[in-house]
Design a protein around this ligand. Structure first.
Ligand SMILES: CCCCCCCCCCCCC/C=C/[C@@H](O)[C@H](COP(=O)(O)O)NC(=O)CCCCCCCCCCCCCCC
Length: 216
């Protein structure tokens, strides 16, 4: 089946490269590139089939909330995750105990993507070190159980588990990434993972410092 020109150009390497743009010189995390990275990941997930659309809908919703802040009148405060946290906390714009006046603050919205980034990190690390006969569905659900699942209700965990079952096998998965041979995929993941981990760790530390890791 012939791909459109745009699909032909799509490579997961470009998406993961976006995360390398996330870090400023003094290790702040640029929201613009963070959101762009997520957009690319969602695009990749959509190319795997419509069973994932309930996941991508939620991700897109969160991406759009952040993009709106970033492009809005207070956009300068949403340049980095650090400036967003400071701005929203200083101005009482975050529901800290229960969802109330600010159910869609930047801080709580980004926290959901941040938790998903941990899933990505764990999943990609499994993919990187997997052998040819490893199942992507198993790698994906192990990564999920160690991360996001702990924050999801039973019904979401059930639906996610069902979606994982229809993930393509490792060879097709690698092919869809459009990065080249398996060796090239493994090497690309080896380059990308430390950057993703660094973005994750910096955000985690910041949220921990401000006691934001359990935002409702
Ligand atoms: C490629 C396989 C894709 C597997 C994706 C694994 C993640 C499974 C997440 C299931 C989320 C189900 C949707 C609902 C979520 C919300 O309940 C929940 C809580 O939100 P709330 O507090 O506003 O209510 N939302 C979230 O936790 C945010 C989830 C965001 C998920 C983004 C997943 C993007 C995955 C991108 C895949 C890229 C794969 C690249 C690998 C080579």
């Amino acid at each position: 089946m012939a791909n459109s020109v745009e699909e032909q150009k799509f490579s997961l390497k470009e998406v993961l490269d976006t995360f390398s743009l996330c870090l400023s010189e003094n290790k702040e995390v640029y929201i613009e590139h963070y959101v762009e990275g997520w957009r690319g990941l969602v695009r990749f997930m959509n190319s795997l089939g419509s069973v994932f659309s309930f996941i991508s809908k939620d991700a897109v919703n969160k991406i759009e909330i952040l993009a709106k802040f970033f492009n809005g009148e207070n956009g300068t405060h949403y340049s980095t995750i650090q400036s967003m946290v400071k701005y929203e906390l200083d101005n009482g714009l975050v529901d800290l105990a229960k969802r109330d006046k600010y159910p869609e603050s930047g801080c709580r919205t980004l926290l959901r993507l941040h938790r998903a980034l941990r899933w990505l990190e764990l999943f990609l690390e499994r993919l990187r070190t997997s052998s040819e006969d490893c199942k992507t569905s198993v790698m994906c659900s192990e990564a999920y159980n160690e991360s996001l699942a702990q924050h999801h209700a039973w019904i979401i965990r059930k639906a996610a588990g069902m979606a994982f079952c229809v993930l393509p096998g490792r060879p097709t998965f690698f092919e869809v990434m459009n990065v080249g041979t398996s060796e090239q995929v493994v090497s690309m993941l080896g380059d990308a993972l430390p950057l993703i981990s660094e973005v994750y760790d910096i955000t985690e530390k910041l949220y921990a410092q401000h006691e934001l890791l359990q935002l409702p």
